[in-house]
Design a protein around this ligand. Structure first.
Ligand SMILES: NC(=O)c1ccc[n+]([C@@H]2O[C@H](COP(=O)([O-])OP(=O)(O)OC[C@H]3O[C@@H](n4cnc5c(N)ncnc54)[C@H](OP(=O)(O)O)[C@@H]3O)[C@@H](O)[C@H]2O)c1
Length: 247
């Protein structure tokens, strides 16, 4: 197996905590220099940067709200400038707004679409002007795009389902440039967004085949595989990392 990322540069949105932090650390462990964005929590992002630097890789953390297209575009250009190139884009930052249809506001609709749909589109658009052959775009969706067991997920599931279309269409479009585009759909993953000891965890676990939540590192492992050389012939695909929730 030759999946090393030595000499590559990755950008992970929402990389200060949770799945994004695990992805940033894993890509660095595999050899990449990594930039990550965060929204509010500078300390957590700086901690991830420190860990990456201790592992001998370059790392930067940039505050940028993914709901702001100009900020996101500026981040992509800055990363390519400061770290010298951009090989891997992981669109991970997400808005998780749930509720019954009649209680969801238009503001929540706009916010969800801005972060979960527009941001991956805008970041991909900015990234491809820098991305060489062998580049990777990896979107982080959710398995609720495929199986929606609980009420209250209309907005979130709608937004994550849009990533299936974006991933397939960009996979087709960027294939001739040897850039792959894939979607990783986590199931319940133990983060501050969805703790494995939360009130609904037992019910969620019952819908999985493996009977437990994912660790963020489980999702990061799938991302790392797609990011590396061994993932070179996979494009436009959706990979469920959900312990069998969607079986
Ligand atoms: N956890 C799950 O069970 C699960 C399941 C399926 C899919 N997902 C998806 O996986 C992704 C990561 O989820 P997670 O559980 O790791 O979340 P999390 O633990 O809440 O971490 C979110 C990270 O993203 C950053 N962030 C949030 N909104 C942002 C924005 N508008 N702009 C820039 N950065 C932003 C946060 O920054 P700050 O630290 O500054 O707040 C933080 O670093 C999301 O797309 C989510 O929908 C999660």
């Amino acid at each position: 197996m030759n999946n090393a990322l030595d000499g590559k540069v990755a950008l992970v949105t929402g990389g200060g905590r949770g799945i994004g932090a695990a992805v940033a650390l894993r890509l660095a462990q595999d050899g990449a220099d990594v930039a990550l964005t965060f929204q509010r929590n500078q300390q957590r992002a700086d901690d991830v940067v420190e860990q990456i630097k201790r592992a001998g890789r370059r790392a930067i953390a940039i505050r940028a709200d993914s709901a702001d297209p100009a900020a996101l575009t500026a981040v992509v250009d800055r990363v390519a400038g400061e770290l010298g190139r951009l090989d891997i884009l992981v669109n991970n930052a997400g808005a998780f707004l749930l509720g019954p249809l009649e209680q969801l506001s238009l503001e929540e609709f706009e916010q969800t679409i801005a972060v979960n749909v527009r941001a991956p589109f805008v970041a991909s658009q900015a990234a491809i002007s820098h991305m060489p052959a062998g580049g990777r775009i990896i979107n982080i969706g959710s398995n609720v795009a495929e199986r929606t067991v609980f009420p209250g997920f209309s907005l979130y599931a709608m937004s994550k389902t849009a990533l299936i279309g974006l991933t397939k269409a960009l996979g087709r479009e960027l294939g001739p440039r040897a850039i792959t585009v894939n979607l990783v759909n986590p199931g319940a993953t133990d983060t501050e967004l969805n703790p494995a000891d939360g009130p609904n965890a037992g019910t969620v676990n019952g819908f999985t085949a493996l009977g437990h939540y994912a660790a963020p590192a489980d999702v990061a492992a799938a991302v790392a595989f797609l990011a590396g050389a061994d993932g070179r012939y996979i494009t436009g695909a959706t990979v469920n990392v959900d312990g069998g929730f969607t079986i």
